[in-house]
Write a protein that binds this ligand. Structure first.
Ligand code: GTP
Length: 169
């Protein structure tokens, strides 16, 4: 029998960047145009089998609206992995992502592993240069992916890269 590990992962980012959509794509390989904005937070459980272990992921999808900001620590507390998302068509959402990164590095689990995700790459509009986001990620020692929850591009890769970074102990 393979060893089993349990991990808590949190998704953070400004409202409407596509956090719920990224999780729905990863979890069920689906996309929906009429998702409600998340209230508070919600979570899914997902098991992943690798060749040498079984991973049970508890993934928290948080609400991006500013009125819920004070709740965020409840959801990132104990999380060993964080997926921080912005919307590539909105520079403001990239700035917000950087603030989430600072907050979780300061107040989250020691050594929390972070993956930065620039979502909505299916759209033509691009306010955040890929090179700028990549440089930021490199300087801060984190992986960076550009994704589309709509087409699925990059989504599995981003989540699986995060899972791979989690320390097995
Ligand atoms: P909050 O719950 O308010 O924090 O928002 P959220 O970050 O969870 O965003 P959500 O997943 O609800 O998506 C917001 C809107 O963006 C929805 O209309 C989605 O259909 C749309 N959306 C999400 N991801 C993509 C994407 O990759 N491409 C495109 N074109 N639209 C997307």
């Amino acid at each position: 029998k393979l060893p089993t590990y349990s991990f808590k992962i949190v998704i953070l980012g400004e409202s409407a960047v596509g956090k719920t959509s990224l999780l729905l794509r990863f979890h069920k390989n689906q996309f929906s145009t009429d998702l409600e904005s998340t209230i508070g937070a919600s979570h899914v459980q997902k098991s992943i089998n690798t060749t040498d272990c079984q991973m049970q992921l508890l993934i928290w999808d948080t609400a991006g609206q500013e009125q819920y900001h004070s709740l965020a620590p409840m959801y990132y507390r104990g999380a060993r992995g964080a997926l921080i998302a912005y919307d590539r068509t909105s520079y403001k959402s990239f700035e917000r992502a950087k603030n989430w990164i600072k907050e979780i590095q300061k107040k989250g689990s020691p050594n929390v592993r972070i993956v930065l995700v620039g979502n909505k790459v299916d759209l033509e509009k691009q306010e955040v240069k890929s090179s700028e986001a990549l440089n930021y990620a490199k300087e801060n020692d984190m992986l960076f992916f550009e994704t589309s929850a709509k087409t699925g591009e990059g989504v599995q890769e981003a989540f699986l890269a995060l899972v791979k970074l989690l320390p097995k102990k």
